[in-house]
Design a protein around this ligand. Structure first.
Ligand code: ADP
Ligand code: ADP
Length: 225
């Protein structure tokens, strides 16, 4: 059970900027929700509050039924994928993907099994022994996703994961992400300003504007309007 529930979530930055205003949203267990809207509308701030990277000014955040407002990011059991890959350059793909598991003292065989399983899903098997410098942008982004999925988190949070890639790769990666989410069934919140991603990737789209939720619906429902 990894429902994410935002109740009256508000963010005021220390300089006084009101970035997110009274957002109410439930992301169902296994659901794939896209947060979309123009630059500055509060998407990243909302995602960062779910991740625990920004404090919540007002409101209640629940993940899997627990109130997590005061929990550190690592105690929320979520995995985040950013547009910058932040891979460790001196480590191979295999080492990058297994890093968090090794840190958590997972036994060697389990690390190998989980890394190889993730590599299969993400078409990275033949690249496991390469260093990030020898990979394409799309491959690096897949390694970043692999690193997230090996931990089997309760939820994935993705912030514009495709925005550094060229158009052709973005199309390929959209397919990969859909496949991955369907296969794993992990609750996912995905931030983008790209309408195509919003309309093709998720189960439900949340349109934000000026820090508030303006519309919520299935892609089909929003498209028909
Ligand atoms: P988006 O992800 O939709 O582009 P953000 O969540 O990054 O929007 O930003 C929402 C609003 O909050 C913007 O007006 C932005 O300028 C402001 N903001 C973002 N980060 C900070 C910060 N660290 N301090 C002050 N204001 C911020
Ligand atoms: P993708 O499979 O992500 O679409 P590309 O089509 O961009 O990757 O890359 C094709 C091949 O070229 C891949 O096997 C990749 O490993 C290799 N490649 C891409 N960029 C580099 C690089 N900077 N250094 C070495 N090999 C690279």
């Amino acid at each position: 059970m990894a429902e994410i529930v935002l109740e009256g979530i508000t963010k005021r930055y220390p300089d006084g900027a009101l970035a997110v205003k009274d957002v109410n949203l439930t992301v169902g267990d296994g659901e794939f929700v896209i947060l979309v809207g123009p630059s500055g509308c509060g998407k990243s701030t909302t995602l960062n509050m779910i991740a625990g990277l920004e404090d919540i000014t007002e409101g209640t955040l629940r993940i899997g039924g627990d109130v997590v407002n005061d929990r550190s990011p690592k105690d929320r059991d979520i995995a985040m994928v950013f547009q910058s890959y932040a891979l460790y350059p001196h480590m191979s793909v295999r080492e990058n993907m297994g890093f968090a598991l090794r840190l958590a003292r997972t036994d060697k065989e389990t690390v190998t099994r989980k890394v190889e399983e993730a590599a299969r899903i993400l078409d990275l098997t033949e690249h496991l022994d390469r260093k990030p410098a020898n990979l394409s942008g799309g491959q690096r982004q897949r390694v970043a996703m692999g690193r997230a999925i090996v931990r089997s988190p309760k939820a994935f949070l993705m912030d514009e994961p495709l925005s550094n890639l060229d158009a052709k790769l973005r199309v390929q990666m959209r397919t990969q992400i859909s496949r991955l989410q369907q296969r794993l069934g992990t609750t996912t919140v995905y931030v983008t300003h790209d309408q195509t991603e919003a309309m093709t990737l998720g189960d439900r789209v949340v349109v934000m504007r000026g820090g508030v939720v303006q519309q919520v619906g299935t892609p089909q429902h929003l498209y028909d309007q």
